[in-house]
Design a binder for this molecule. Structure first.
Ligand code: CO
Length: 132
């Protein structure tokens, strides 16, 4: 049901500064876009098969802005690549797993994504993501 760790989401206050930090480590941003739905600017940094996803809030009421306020910059979520988000959500629901998204929504690059509730994952924000 799970294919791989797709990406690790990292909350940043200042995208340009974050890109500079990663560039200094020898990692380059491959693509960048704004996801209106989540009020974030997203930049992807490929690392082998996986990616880092830098997340910069575009508004004070962005969920990522609230995350930074509470917990500071750093790891925000881990995303697991799946074949079929809807099927996985159905399966997890029957096991009583708490979901943030009952249904998949559209994420960066037109992927289908859904977040699981940290109460059911030992405190980690887990994203399921399905490539289109
Ligand atoms: Co993500």
């Amino acid at each position: 049901m799970y294919r791989k760790v797709d990406h690790i989401g990292i909350a940043v206050k200042d995208m340009e500064r974050a890109k500079e930090i990663f560039r200094n480590l020898g990692l380059e941003v491959e693509s960048e876009e704004v996801v209106e739905d989540q009020k974030v600017r997203v930049a992807f940094i490929p690392v082998g098969d996986a990616r880092m996803e830098l997340l910069e809030p575009t508004a004070p009421d962005s969920p990522v802005a609230r995350f930074i306020e509470k917990r500071g910059e750093g790891v925000h979520h881990v995303a697991l690549g799946v074949e079929d988000v809807e099927a996985v959500l159905e399966k997890l629901k029957t096991k009583g797993v708490k979901l943030i998204d009952e249904r998949p929504r559209v994420g960066a690059h037109g992927t289908l994504i859904a977040f699981l509730h940290p109460k059911s994952t030992g405190g980690i924000l887990l994203e399921l993501c399905q490539e289109k």
